[in-house]
Design a protein around this ligand. Structure first.
Ligand SMILES: Nc1nc2c(c(=O)[nH]1)N[C@H]1C(S)=C(S)[C@@H](COP(=O)(O)OP(=O)(O)OC[C@H]3O[C@@H](n4cnc5c(=O)[nH]c(N)nc54)[C@H](O)[C@@H]3O)O[C@H]1N2
Ligand SMILES: Nc1nc2c(c(=O)[nH]1)N[C@H]1C(S)=C(S)[C@@H](COP(=O)(O)OP(=O)(O)OC[C@H]3O[C@@H](n4cnc5c(=O)[nH]c(N)nc54)[C@H](O)[C@@H]3O)O[C@H]1N2
Ligand SMILES: [Mo]
Length: 809
């Protein structure tokens, strides 16, 4: 989230699109209710199904899955054509006036630089044009045909209300009604928040859907303000913490990135990540990358990381490609990966195309499962709903199950969608032989280190030199790890303002990342968490909900990254002179000599606004980007492509362009391209989702949850059910090109047929929570059906849009 849960109460308008917060985030949804009750906020829900969120909305509109870029691109076109944008904001705080290189082009659904054989782009033309002074050229009058404003206008001119109705199936009058409501927030005193989750992320063009939403928010001046923002409703209680701590194959903690295999040179690695400003007097905060990186390397390798060995840069693996989960299972299936450690993850249930997963796990030598429950993955050879029979006796994979504790059985911190790190305390003793994940991992590490110490081996240094200074090496305490990721001084640190004074003594915790240094005198395992456990102790454990300004800024409740700031980009809530656009909901302001207010300023504290520093300090241009430069895999402006399984033969936005039907840069492997179903055999659009009554694949082990939602059902619109002769409560088979499931039919008016390109398209809704283990009725896994294809940037699978056929059993 750019903002936070409580801040939703400040919104004048709430758009829930690509999520179902009432169902999947029922506690957070309270703040939507607060906004409606106390702020006269209106709620819009756009979803293929009439959901629990929709049931309390002021306006609901249906949409075909996977087409949100058309809806939002149309909105961009509408806002620009009617000039309902927050002009002062957009002109000063975004790149609309920036000139783009002449070589950049878009034609026939593709951007310049496409290589069809590699399914990827050479992005060198996707950039701004620089002047002789080395800065980007701009045209503040917005008349230059090569400025971002005009390119943006031109790009979305094709996205008309008629096109939205044709592609999304949303009636045009509904579309215009919603666009009007949204346009009303272009005034500085009205704010809209966007709440989204998997209905946007789980598509082959998911990241670009989210970007389109962010572009709408920028045009309206809704980023950085109270009640505004792009608010990703995260999933598991600590999934925000997962990405923060770098648990993706290409990440290091704090959104630093691993070097790739061409980056063997330390200096070049740093320079590429610490860009110089692209406009005069801009901060370009990533110029501090070296401090964050060196402090991180000191946290991991301590005394072994020195200036002479470039802070142990050689210890880091260098990536040849991203190792996302789709890549990993593809390699496994090809027999190129023979061991797998699966911790707190049930991929047989959670990953797409179960048959492919079964094949992949069957080729492993060993599979280690760390989980408090018996998972389907740990019994993957059981083969419900697969296309072909599997001969379990031929599978040689050795499976080990290590029972772990559950998060509630230990102390620790959870980072929620608001970026709040909240400390929690152990609630119960773990049962049986369960051990904590920390203990199991520590045991594994200590054994590996002992082996390397004894026998040596290729490049033992990263393992034998890893810092491991815990009181009980076989069982590090969560408190020790928290102090480590926050960070401390390794030597006495002199005060930069008065070098005769010591600012921090050796061993003392640091107050924040501004104290990090690049000379090896500080350590911090995750720079954005620096200060969470500061010199005064564990700030994550704070529970003071005082809200002095009444706008939900409870700065003494837990601790938010970065720097306990609650609303990102909050400098943008003020006009260029530093006065709040909306004094009723002021977050920060310039008082003539400093920035301050209800939030921690996202800016340089003493920076006079007259200097023209932009509010988007992480970007080298100081402003927000409509033109993503080389930041996105499929192009600088979001473009609509159809899901990989689509009811359409052509992309209506680029008819006749076969290459522009599906995302030309998506994560897809050759064999899977062949496994996509076609609309003649699989005429219905399917989507998968959650229910309040279950949590993924765990709660089918719990009797009360199993009682309220006992077995797999699928939602089928009344029109389709009539056409197929299916009665409510009868059994159906849902078939995709990868397998089938059987389920109870729930016939409903909540899913309406849509007319797309003159053709009636039915949507089938498939909740995901059942499997073949637990106390709920045993059955199939929903992911038997889903396709093995992912987003081009995040590699997130396309769980939300694929083709099926429904049959009576
Ligand atoms: N009770 C409960 N709560 C949970 C979870 C749980 O299992 N149980 N899981 C947690 C996790 S890990 C996550 S990630 C979150 C997920 O939270 P959500 O994303 O809100 O949950 P989903 O139900 O997967 O999907 C949301 C909605 O997206 C809609 N949708 C599908 N395709 C499209 C599309 O193309 N466009 C639009 N506009 N909408 C579309 C679906 O119809 C569905 O209503 O929930 C979390 N909360
Ligand atoms: N078709 C379809 N597929 C989907 C989705 C969808 O919307 N549609 N959503 C996707 C999303 S967003 C998600 S997040 C995934 C969820 O997929 P998973 O994360 O695989 O599913 P979970 O069942 O939430 O959790 C995995 C395991 O963690 C275990 N666990 C709980 N606490 C601990 C602990 O402290 N330590 C250890 N070691 N284990 C623990 C649980 O017992 C459980 O077995 O599913 C994905 N798959
Ligand atoms: Mo999730």
């Amino acid at each position: 989230m750019t903002n936070h849960w409580v801040d939703i109460k400040n919104a004048d308008l709430i758009l829930i699109m690509g999520g179902n917060a009432a169902e999947a985030h029922p506690c957070g949804f309270k703040w939507v209710t607060e906004a409606k009750a106390h702020n006269k906020a209106r709620l819009i829900v756009v979803d293929p199904r009439f959901t629990r969120s929709a049931s309390v909305a002021d306006v609901y509109a249906p949409i075909r899955t996977g087409t949100d870029i058309v809806f939002l691109g149309g909105l961009i076109n509408y806002l620009l054509a009617n000039d309902t944008i927050q002009r002062e904001y957009v002109v000063n705080y975004t790149d609309l006036s920036f000139i783009v290189k002449d070589a950049f082009a878009f034609a026939d659904g593709l951007y310049s630089g496409y290589d069809a054989a590699k399914r990827s782009y050479d992005k060198s033309s996707w950039d701004y044009a620089l002047g002789e002074d080395g800065y980007v050229r701009t045209d503040p009058t917005l008349t230059d045909p090569r400025c971002v404003y005009n390119l943006l206008k031109q790009h979305y001119a094709r996205y008309t209300p008629e096109m939205v109705e044709r592609v999304c199936g949303t009636p045009k009058d509904k579309v215009l009604q919603i666009w009007d409501m949204i346009a009303s927030t272009a005034t500085p005193t009205r704010a809209m928040t966007i709440m989204y989750a998997l209905g946007w992320t789980q598509h082959s063009i998911g990241s670009q859907m989210i970007r389109t939403g962010a572009m709408v928010q920028l045009l309206l001046g809704n980023i950085g303000v109270a009640g505004g923002g792009m608010n990703a409703l995260r999933g598991h209680s600590n999934i925000q913490g997962l990405t923060d701590l770098g648990l993706m194959s290409n990440l290091l903690p704090g959104y630093m990135t691993l070097p790739n295999e061409k980056e063997q040179d330390f200096e070049a690695y740093i320079v590429a990540r610490a860009p110089k400003p692209l406009r005069p007097n801009q901060l370009s905060y990533w110029q501090n990358y070296r401090k964050f990186f060196v402090s991180f390397m000191k946290a991991w390798w301590g005394d072994a990381a020195t200036a002479d060995n470039r802070w142990a840069f050689d210890y880091l693996p260098k990536l040849d490609k991203p190792y996302d989960m789709l890549q990993a299972y593809e390699l496994m299936r090809q027999g190129k990966m023979n061991g797998y450690l699966c911790q707190g993850f049930n991929p047989l249930a959670a990953a797409p195309n179960k048959a492919k997963l079964t094949e992949a796990f069957s080729r492993l030598k060993y599979l280690v499962i760390m989980d408090p429950l018996a998972t389907e993955t740990s019994e993957f050879w059981k083969n419900h709903g697969a296309l072909n029979d599997v001969d379990a006796s031929a599978i040689q994979t050795e499976v080990f199950r290590l029972p772990t504790t559950c998060f509630a059985e230990e102390n620790g911190s959870l980072t929620n969608s608001s970026r709040w790190l909240q400390w929690h305390w152990k609630g119960a003793e773990p049962p049986g032989e369960a051990r904590s994940d920390l203990e199991i991992m520590a045991g594994l590490f200590l054994r590996l280190r002992a082996l390397y110490r004894k026998d040596g081996g290729a490049f033992a240094d990263p393992i034998v030199n890893l810092t491991w200074k815990y009181a009980q090496p076989h069982s590090p305490a969560p408190e020790e790890l928290a102090r480590e990721y926050s960070g401390g001084a390794l030597k006495d640190l002199a005060d930069p303002k008065d070098p005769t004074k010591v600012m921090r003594k050796a061993g003392e915790q640091l107050a924040g990342f501004a104290e990090l240094r690049d000379d090896g005198s500080t350590a911090s395992g995750c720079w954005i968490f620096c200060g969470a456990w500061g010199p005064t102790g564990n700030l994550m454990a704070r529970r003071d909900n005082a809200d002095p300004t009444g706008i939900g800024q409870t700065l003494n409740w837990a601790w938010a990254w970065p720097a306990n700031r609650r609303v990102l980009y909050n400098r943008a809530s003020c006009d260029p002179s530093g006065k709040p656009f909306n004094p009723q909901r002021a977050l920060v302001a310039w008082n003539g000599s400093a920035w301050g207010g209800a939030d921690v300023p996202d800016f340089v504290a003493g920076e006079n606004p007259a200097g023209g520093m932009g509010p988007f300090i992480m970007n080298p241009e100081g402003v927000a980007r409509f033109f993503a430069r080389a930041g996105m895999a499929e192009g600088p402006f979001p473009e609509h492509y159809e899901p990989f399984e689509t009811p359409l033969a052509a992309n209506p936005l680029n008819p006749g362009q076969a290459q522009a039907l599906n995302n030309p840069a998506a994560r897809v492997f050759a064999d899977d391209l062949a496994a996509f179903g076609k609309a003649d055999q699989f005429p219905h659009v399917a989507t998968t989702y959650r229910l309040t009554e279950h949590f993924h694949y765990w709660t089918k082990h719990v009797r009360l949850n199993a009682i309220v939602q006992p077995e797999q059902f699928v939602e089928i619109g009344a029109a389709l059910a009539d056409a197929l002769g299916i009665g409510n409560g009868s059994r159906v088979r849902v078939v995709s090109n990868r397998g089938h499931i059987e389920a109870v039919a729930m016939v409903t008016k909540r899913i309406k047929p849509l007319t797309i390109e003159g053709k009636v398209v039915h949507t089938v809704g498939i909740p995901i929570h059942w499997g073949f283990l637990g106390v709920a009725k045993p059955g199939f896994l929903a992911n038997t059906l889903t396709p093995f294809v992912g987003d081009a940037n995040t590699q997130t699978p396309e769980f939300k849009s694929f083709l099926v056929r429904v049959e009576k059993v």
